[in-house]
Design a protein. Structure first.
Length: 414
């Protein structure tokens, strides 16, 4: 494993004549087995011979934090040369204070490495001394990576523009034993400031949303500073993650079953009204499984879109050759749920759009409206469905915004 894993925790610059420098970490690792030593590097220490070198961590230390403070200091003299190498012979670059009394590496260390320090110092009389130290970093039992995705599983990309309801999801590729340790590594910074919170949905996924929709133009920076952190039972972060994105105009669409219309608003202004036909309701039992045909009420977000998309009823348990089964190629499909609810073009239901619900759950639109909405929408836009029957939208379906704020806060591990 390479020694340079990450660039997130900048090492503190050592000022001229500074004693010892400390490293700043974004996460608490108080529950980890990693160890560090403290040291003093005053130019003259009573009872310490001139030119005496002190190592942090102490020689022979094992299980050292790869982000811990590695320091070489000399009392009553100067450092002539410090060479740090890993167990593959690679030289680790470092920086020296201007007064040549303190040295430290300027890159993070690797996991499961052995490091050697070879130091030449000179005391105030000009006598040179050579000393050495060896230490080892922690060996994780396992590593995990984190990715930043939407609630639909699509990547949230650097510099992209998203809707006011976008939910940021940190997805770990391993179950996290210590959710609190992991959550302490996560941060979201916004400009302007926006109140928000992380909420765990399972051991691998933690969602972040603000209390209210983001204001248009907000910049959002998400970080997962997990490298060097024990996330429980010897599971460590493999590398850090950082992404930033921008919130675009407010797009809020309200589909009301009382009117069978979708009203589309941009920044609070009505810009389009679209007749629709939603889920016809009722259920069908197939192979012992009950399938419903409601467009569930609740607050959705746009997840993604495709033109065309193949819609196949067998993907949710309804065989294509059954009484209500289907397999169709559909144009201008904008997805809003994880179980396949779209706003999409369907010419065959135009006579019912605006007056009768006949779909299996999607919101049918005529070609002009479907194409317009497809081009208008970005991931994170709000789509609210009102006054339909059946059960309300569940969180797993893309219902984060249907969760009351007090309930959302209960999902935090901190």
């Amino acid at each position: 494993m390479a020694d340079v894993q990450i660039n997130r925790r900048g090492l503190l610059a050592l000022g001229g004549g500074a004693a010892a420098a400390a490293f700043l970490a974004a996460c608490s690792t108080n529950n980890s087995p990693l160890s560090t030593s403290s040291t003093s590097s005053s130019p003259a220490v009573a009872g310490v011979p001139g030119g005496a070198v002190t190592f942090t961590p102490a020689p022979g230390t094992q299980g050292f934090d790869p982000l811990g403070a590695v320091l070489v200091t000399v009392a009553g003299g100067t450092l002539v040369e410090v060479v740090m190498t890993n167990d593959q012979g690679r030289v680790i670059p470092g920086i020296m204070t201007p007064d040549a009394v303190t040295w430290k590496p300027d890159t993070p260390l690797g996991y499961d490495r052995t490091y050697q320090l070879a130091v030449t110092s000179r005391d105030d009389t000009g006598r040179s001394t050579e000393v050495a130290s060896t230490f080892g970093t922690v060996t994780p039992d396992n590593l995990t990576t984190a990715s930043l995705v939407s609630t639909g599983g699509g990547a949230l990309t650097e510099g992209a523009t998203y809707g006011v309801g976008v939910v940021a999801v940190i997805k770990f590729d391993e179950p996290i034993p210590d959710r609190a340790a992991a959550q302490r590594c996560l941060s979201v910074q916004t400009e302007p400031p926006v109140q928000g919170q992380w909420s765990w949905v399972d051991d691998q996924n933690v969602h972040y949303r603000p209390r209210e929709y983001y204001p248009p133009g907000t910049t959002v920076a998400v970080r997962a500073d997990i490298y060097g952190v024990d996330l429980g039972k010897g599971l460590y972060g493999q590398e850090d993650l950082a992404r930033s994105f921008v919130i675009g105009d407010s797009h809020v669409s309200i589909a009301d079953d009382n009117t069978k219309q979708v009203a589309v608003f941009t920044n609070g202004q009505l810009v389009r009204t679209m007749p629709t036909s939603m889920g016809r309701g009722g259920t069908e039992t197939v192979n012992g499984r009950t399938i419903h045909f409601w467009t569930q009420r609740g607050i959705y977000t746009v997840l993604d879109k495709a033109n065309p998309v193949i819609m196949d009823s067998s993907t949710y348990g309804l065989p294509v050759n059954s009484r209500l089964g289907y397999r169709q190629t559909i144009n201008y499909a904008t997805r809003i749920s994880n179980d396949g609810i779209y706003l999409h073009q369907l010419e065959s239901s135009i006579p019912q759009q605006g007056n009768t619900n006949v779909s299996a759950g999607c919101l049918n639109l005529n070609p002009d409206n479907a194409q317009w909405f497809y081009n208008f929408s970005v991931p994170g836009d709000i789509v609210e469905v009102r006054n339909t029957g059946g059960e309300p939208l569940a969180q797993w379906q893309n219902g984060d915004w249907s969760v009351p704020w007090d309930t959302w806060l209960q999902g935090s591990a901190l």
